[in-house]
Design a protein around this ligand. Structure first.
Ligand SMILES: [Zn+2]
Length: 238
């Protein structure tokens, strides 16, 4: 009875997500679990076929015109932006499940850290505008970067980049308007980058790459020779 109640309303009710957390129910299959995602669901996750996924992604990265314009040097994502990321990441942002950012950062570290050829000197999370940060109460990219910093011992420079422009949500805009929306959206504290040769920018999802490019440009303006990785959870399917 209890499980059927959860099943019928989990996509619509805010309260249900809270109930699932309180009663230790797996977010994906509704079965009892001490972890947010049960061991069975974890085993089923597609990112376990990591070499195949990563090579597909790298292939897309070089051949697809949108992503070939990415201004970073390397991109490592946990998976394409598909289920379960398309289910879990919106829960972080819109249903107050900040705890999932830690869980997903753990998966990134477990599945992808070995692919990092040279360790960056620092992590920089994609900042939110202060207004949106106040509204949401947390920046999911910063939470992911904090966790990756703890796991890897690479410092997270949480205040190195700032968002000075309260841009419209990128998801609400057509491709042509995304870049204009982000022109001069970021400022970078060049003092924070002194002595660094290599950084990793951390975000939850890279869609068209417009946000990441705007941040890369702001960084390259003050530190043109910096090698830039992007570490993200999801890379949108093209
Ligand atoms: Zn499960």
């Amino acid at each position: 009875m209890f499980f059927s109640f959860i099943q019928t309303c989990k996509n619509t009710s805010e309260q249900c997500y809270a109930v699932m957390r309180e009663f230790n129910i797996c977010l994906l299959c509704d079965m009892p679990s001490t972890a947010v995602i049960c061991a069975v669901c974890q085993q089923d996750m597609l990112w376990h076929s990591d070499e195949q996924v990563q090579s597909e992604i790298l292939e897309q990265l070089w051949v697809h015109p949108r992503l070939s314009h990415l201004k970073c040097d390397t991109l490592i994502c946990l998976d394409k932006y598909r289920y379960p990321l398309t289910y879990l990441i919106p829960l972080i942002k819109f249903h107050d499940r900040a705890d999932l950012s830690t869980w997903l950062a753990d998966r990134w570290y477990e599945q992808r850290f070995a692919l990092v050829n040279t360790l960056p000197d620092a992590l920089i999370s994609v900042p939110l505008h202060p207004k949106r940060l106040r509204h949401r109460g947390f920046n999911q990219a910063a939470l992911i970067a904090d966790r990756l910093s703890t796991l890897s011992s690479i410092p997270h420079l949480a205040h190195a980049a700032k968002r000075r422009k309260a841009t419209k949500r990128q998801s609400e805009l057509q491709q042509a308007h995304r870049e204009a929306n982000l022109t001069n959206a970021f400022t970078v504290d060049h003092h924070a980058l002194i002595g660094l040769k290599h950084i990793a920018l951390v975000d939850d999802v890279v869609t068209t790459g417009a946000t990441m490019n705007a941040l890369c440009q702001a960084i390259q303006k003050v530190a043109p020779h910096l090698y830039i990785d992007v570490w993200c959870l999801g890379l949108a399917e093209l």
